[in-house]
Design a protein around this ligand. Structure first.
Ligand code: 3PG
Length: 306
């Protein structure tokens, strides 16, 4: 009987695990769980006899891949797969997949939660501002970006989007103004929200050249990855622009300096929270389990990323 291991340092909700278990056991497979583990050794030991692996932001590097003697498939229950060594997987004949779109609404809602929190001064009893009538730039119009667009229009924000591979007609039809250069997003928007993956092209790409273009009242929202931010530029913006604020679902490496010097101008979640909803756990977890079963039963590799 094939064994599917769910290895999550940050576990899925209990209800989502029950739903994943049902999908797995109904198909005649067994489910193993490794939750809240604290060392790579624990992961390497648990994965030794697994045929398939479901992870979240858990690191699957060369060492983990080499410890996984039976592994045929790893599915990242989520969007970003920068935590998987794709080359090592390919070398060992392991298929890597993600579950695009399954947790996107949860991430988009968190971005607005953080924007509202900051616009209202952290709910400190003082006078805040509103989102209506403000300009919002969506940097990366993929699954999350599209949900952001829908919510932004509901808030009455003037909303722009930039996407590396143009989809201008679709963006326009969705009520959003497409822009052809990333720079234009920063020039036009008081709020910029990031929805791009972390890869060799994007790491440290959000830099001073872009951020300094932002108009007064600049707020950068990052529910993507901390690696895409050039932190030297971030600190420079904090130092030069008293209006600049940074909201992030991932604590930056330079958080100590920001916390010490720039009170009321930042918000960081203690742990990545974007996909931490019951709905997103269910959607991504069930999709991952189903993709594994479809891979073994039908050879379906639709969501393969390597
Ligand atoms: C993703 O890439 O899907 C999100 O960043 C969610 O990550 P998580 O599953 O670790 O919460």
């Amino acid at each position: 009987m094939k064994k599917i291991l769910v290895a999550t340092e940050k576990p899925f909700a209990k209800e989502a695990i029950a739903a994943i278990r049902k999908v797995v056991e109904d198909a005649g497979y067994t489910l193993a769980l490794l939750e809240k583990y604290t060392s790579k050794t624990e992961l390497c030991n648990s994965i030794a006899d697994a045929d398939a692996l479901i992870i979240r932001s858990d690191i699957v590097d060369k060492e983990v891949v080499e410890a996984a003697k039976n592994l045929k498939i790893v599915v990242r229950a989520g969007a970003g797969y920068d935590n998987i060594d794709l080359e090592a997987c390919t070398k060992h004949g392991i298929v890597a997949m993600n579950t695009p779109g399954q947790n996107s609404n949860a991430v988009a809602e968190l971005a607005f939660g953080m924007m509202l929190y900051m616009a209202r001064g952290g709910f400190d009893g003082g006078t805040g501002t509103e989102l209506r009538g403000k300009t919002l730039g969506i940097h990366g119009y993929g699954n999350v970006g599209r949900y952001i667009g829908k919510i932004a229009l509901g808030f009455g924000m003037k909303t722009y989007a930039f996407r590396r591979t143009s989809m201008d007609e679709i963006i326009k039809a969705e009520g959003i103004i497409p822009l052809s250069k990333a720079e234009d997003i920063y020039k036009n928007c008081q709020y910029v929200t990031l929805h791009i993956p972390a890869n060799e092209q994007t790491k440290k790409s959000i830099n001073y050249d872009l951020l300094s273009l932002m108009p007064k009242g600049a707020t950068l929202v990052n529910t993507a990855r901390k690696e895409i931010i050039d932190e030297e530029s971030l600190l420079k913006m904090f130092a030069e622009r008293p209006d600049f604020k940074y909201l992030s679902d991932i604590e930056p490496a330079c958080k100590a300096e920001i916390i010490e010097k720039y009170s009321k101008r930042y918000f960081f979640t203690p742990k990545k929270m974007g996909a931490q909803t019951l709905e997103a756990n269910n959607n991504a977890g069930i999709a991952a389990a189903q993709q594994i079963i479809d891979f073994f039963e039908k050879g379906d590799v639709r969501f393969k990323v390597n």
